[in-house]
Unconditional design. Structure first.
Length: 360
């Protein structure tokens, strides 16, 4: 545990109510702790790192799966455009120091720990504002988050939602975003090579087109893919806030790097013609095989979590339109236990230039 001196130094300003994310944290609920029905939040000092730990007891069999309205309100706030913009801006302003090699097994530089503490205090203030705006008691919000963590099958979501209040995950996400910004330069190089060589190539940095986003279609596709409700709640909103997808394609493979709000950065490298394991949108393992054709890139995904083997097939097609300035991803989901397929399309615009099919 941190020394008393360290605790005093890291306390958050108590004048403003909030769900504390830095320094000495109050227990989520003393009654929950005594009954061991929910997680407790504690701070630790390991290699000069302050961490927040969610300790999960065994979930009761048959526990209710309804999610409290307060938690739904919290999810709505956390996936709003306003909060996403503020969070993304904060991360981009502070991620550069994490661009070097990251070894979490080693002692972390004090400067990185300081950035983490600054983030926790920033987030604590935002959560305090959220509670004020919604006329909610911070202690009650913390208690209901704990109850939801212990009672719902989708409990994995909540560490994802608040994951960057734990140093290791915070450092990984900051590192991923810093590296992603450097990766954009490599994608631009691949675009130049593709232009010289000719042929179909989707290399580049792309932005999701908000005008072409179909939230209801996204919902249906996610349902078909057995995406848990809480994840759907986030992805239905967050997928239109995918700021960038960076693609580097060669004649033998393709690499996709994308960031989704609250889920961090995902990098999938796929060698053409060979089955590989990749991460899906909510970071679960699936299997895919991609083939490069003269005018498109095609993939077949199987092994989806939560669906019996062989029941669900997910076909992806990437095509280019409007002088290669518009990228269209079409996914067709088919289930052996359902009559109709679901087809979902997402449009991306090439970043960095104006013109037809591009956002200026």
């Amino acid at each position: 545990m941190p020394s008393e001196e360290r605790k005093e130094e890291s306390k958050v300003d108590e004048k403003k109510p909030g769900i504390s994310m830095a320094g000495e944290l109050r227990p989520v609920s003393s009654s929950l702790n005594e009954k061991k029905a929910g997680p407790t939040i504690t701070t630790n000092s390991i290699n000069n790192k302050n961490t927040l730990t969610l300790s999960h007891p065994t979930r009761h069999v048959g526990a209710p799966t309804m999610i409290d309205r307060t938690i739904v309100t919290l999810i709505d706030w956390g996936t709003s455009a306003e909060f996403e913009s503020e969070l993304s801006g904060w991360i981009k302003d502070h991620c550069e120091d994490f661009s070097g090699s990251l070894d979490l097994a080693e002692e972390q530089p004090l400067s990185l720990g300081t950035i983490f503490n600054d983030y926790c205090e920033w987030l604590d203030g935002k959560l305090g504002d959220f509670c004020d705006d919604e006329n909610l008691d911070p202690d009650d919000v913390s208690k209901k988050m704990a109850e939801c963590l212990s009672a719902n099958k989708e409990e994995e979501f909540f560490p994802a939602f608040m994951a960057i209040t734990e140093y290791d995950e915070f450092a990984r996400q900051m590192h991923d975003i810093a590296v992603a910004r450097m990766r954009m330069g490599k994608a631009d190089d691949a675009v130049e090579i593709a232009a010289e060589e000719g042929g179909f190539n989707i290399s580049g940095t792309w932005e999701a087109d908000p005008d072409a986003y179909d939230p209801e279609g996204a919902e249906e596709a996610l349902k078909m893919g057995a995406c848990p409700w809480v994840f759907r709640k986030v992805l239905k909103r967050a997928s239109k806030f995918v700021k960038d997808i960076t693609i580097k394609q060669t004649d033998v493979d393709v690499e996709f790097a994308f960031t989704i709000h609250l889920f961090g950065t995902t990098v999938n490298r796929i060698e053409f013609g060979h089955p590989v394991t990749i991460k899906n949108l909510w970071k679960k393992d699936i299997q895919t095989t991609y083939t490069l054709e003269s005018d498109r890139l095609c993939g077949v995904q199987t092994g989806h979590p939560g669906v019996p083997e062989g029941v669900l097939t997910d076909d992806s097609v990437w095509t280019l339109l409007e002088d290669n300035n518009k990228l269209v991803w079409t996914t067709t989901l088919s289930r052996a236990d359902m009559d109709e397929d679901v087809v979902y399309r997402q449009v991306f615009l090439r970043k960095g230039a104006g013109g037809k099919g591009r956002r200026k």
